[in-house]
Write a protein that binds this ligand. Structure first.
Ligand SMILES: [Cu+2]
Length: 255
């Protein structure tokens, strides 16, 4: 055999190395997997037939098909466009909403009974997520920025996560936070039963992206909790569909 490669024969389902860089092994060690680099030819296990392997570094022969050119990184870059929206942390929110995580045992006297998980908008009735419901828990208007204060009223950690948009963490249990980035997930610490107030986060929710119109979900990122009901929906209506100032009949979810 020729070439700078290790060449193997197969023994049942294992690979057996019979030579390396043109040198035949006296012993033939087994290998679970092996990378073969740019061999010129190998000896077939069935006999003297030789099978050429393509050399990825070789120049094409005259008259042969020209291979696709390799990608080339640009030597200079166009600068990114300047942001058209104000930095989220400097925007005054249009409203503040409050939500809370909650867990309930099916039998309060039996800690081993099943648990139902909730993420509830303040002043709404706690209900586990119903995927068949077409009524969103929250309705907002595209272009708005809102602050959501999310409490954890359970004795277990929860991770608030929202699809489609991002938010900034502004406060951690009432203490200001100065983060220079946006998130889509944040942990909300558990209540230990002795605190004077529930642990909470204050999030600046960015609904300004015109591509974020529609209905999407927010939920606990602990999937057992999410599947147990800890999920809700937010509908972002387009600014043109928003009711005119002073229009009546806003539902509870739209306030
Ligand atoms: Cu959770």
């Amino acid at each position: 055999m020729r070439g700078r490669a290790r060449v193997m024969s197969t023994v049942q389902s294992s690979l057996r190395i019979v030579a390396h860089c043109g040198n035949r092994h006296r012993r033939t060690p087994l290998a679970a997997n092996l990378l073969v680099l740019a061999a010129c030819s190998v000896a077939g296990a069935a006999g003297p037939a030789r099978a050429p392997l393509p050399d990825p570094c070789a120049r094409p022969a005259p008259g042969s098909a020209v291979p696709e050119p390799q990608s080339v990184l640009p030597t200079s870059h166009e600068p990114l466009p300047a942001p058209t929206l104000a930095w989220l942390g400097s925007v005054t929110p249009t409203r503040v909403r409050r939500l809370y995580f909650l867990e309930k045992l099916d039998d309060p006297n039996n800690p081993n009974s099943a648990t139902t998980f909730y993420i509830t908008v303040d002043r709404q009735t706690p209900r586990p997520f119903d995927p068949r419901s077409s009524v969103p828990n929250i309705v907002v208007t595209q272009g708005d920025v809102e602050d959501w204060i999310i409490e954890n009223r359970s004795t277990e950690l929860h991770a608030f996560h929202i699809h489609q948009i991002h938010f900034m963490l502004m406060e951690w249990s009432g203490l200001p936070v100065n983060e220079a980035f946006v998130r889509d997930t944040v942990n909300v610490p558990y209540f230990n039963g002795r605190m004077l107030q529930y642990p909470s986060v204050r999030l600046r929710m960015d609904f300004r992206d015109p591509n974020a119109v529609g209905t999407f979900v927010y939920h606990c990122h602990v999937l057992e909790h999410e599947d147990g009901g800890m999920m809700g929906t937010v509908r972002v209506r387009s600014a043109s569909a928003a009711p005119a100032p002073g229009a009546p009949a806003a539902t509870a979810n739209e306030r």
